[in-house]
Design a protein around this ligand. Sequence first.
Ligand code: FAD
Ligand code: UDP
Length: 372
Amino acid sequence: MKINSSQKYYDYLIVGAGFAGATLAERLATQLNKKVLIIDKRPHIGGNAYDCLNDAGVLFHLYGPHIFHTNSERIIEYLSNFTEWIPYEHRVLADVDGKLVPVPINLTTINTLYGLNLEADGAEAFLASRAEPVAKIATSEDVVVSKVGRDLYQKFFRGYTRKQWGLDPSELDKTVTARVPTRTTTDDRYFNDTYQCMPTNGYTELFKKMLSHPNIDIMLDTDYFKVKDYIEFQNLIYTGPIDEYFNYCYGKLPYRSLKFEHKTLQQEWFQAVGVVNYPKEETPYTRITEYKHLTGQKHRYTSLTWEYPCADGDPYYPIPRQENHDLYKKYEALAEQTPNVVFLGRLGSYRYYNMDQIVGQALAVFNRLSTS
Ligand code: FAD
Ligand code: UDP
């Protein structure tokens, strides 16, 4: 096989052009003057954060809605080298009992669903009277019922989670549903983070800037396992699935996948907010996203995505539960014995991380590499 790249020899081969791979490529090339080849088996850079225009010219996210939020000044400062930002505070409604109500559950949610007129302290008392005492909060069921009680748990979390993960919340680590806060105020933002914004020209443009450096070569449509013997490199950064790297020698790590149904409607708007959740177990999709709310784009048409969770397909979500963590630890031990290879990213470290956490992880790996 002939490899079509300008360099013959690379200091680093990076597998995966998502946030993990792109951050390391950028740092190694610009700060340490390393020659880097970054490859991706997909036909584009950006990993799961990739966005593009549809046929009508409306920006959408090919792998579902990606909203940037972080508490880290260091991470927002780093990414600001490659993009400007538009402010965007994400708001989500859920279709519950025939009404569209705010999620995370807040004062408005409680008053609307139960026909009440409570203030914040009344809502706190309301939740406290329904919360179920749980001796040790271990699962995604415990974390919700101990805060809001069984009725709200059933309405918002049980069906959604069973669809999304193919597991009951009682079988999932508490960290999954703990991502969603509960509020007794009228604050209806989905995230609490200090910085909530979207890259002004989209994620793909941000990635193009990160990777545009003479020390960085990019090869797309390129599967590491098909080309590894034809590329000369000293070190490997691997952001694909860790179990695949080791040829599944301990068995497959479970991942959850999604089918995305993208649509363009010839109307200006479809729904009131960026995302509407459909928690009922009978509805086959979990949420509908309307991108113009997120991107701020003005257009007479609108682009939307329906998400249908499924078992087979691209590995989007590592599944947080003890037995999977134990299996990952066996692969991690192998990784530690593999010289000149670093594993990171959502798939390489089998962690349900957001984009900012992935950038933080990659910056930490870079610091380690640059001081070793
Ligand atoms: P990825 O972006 O998955 O990149 C890994 C890349 O490696 C892929 O492009 C893949 O093709 C490539 N690869 C794998 N194997 C090989 C191989 N053998 N050869 C070559 N290339 C290979 N985070 C947020 O902060 N906010 C959100 O709103 C948000 N929404 C999300 C919604 C969905 C539906 C999903 C699935 C994720 C969401 N995330 C969100 C998480 C976000 O996508 C991840 O944190 C981030 O993209 C992970 O970056 P990464 O580089 O680790 O992995
Ligand atoms: N969740 C839920 N109902 C909701 C929103 C979230 O049950 O209306 C649960 C579900 O298990 C989901 C998890 O909380 O997978 C985390 O939600 P988040 O919105 O962070 O999911 P992501 O955007 O990562 O898919």
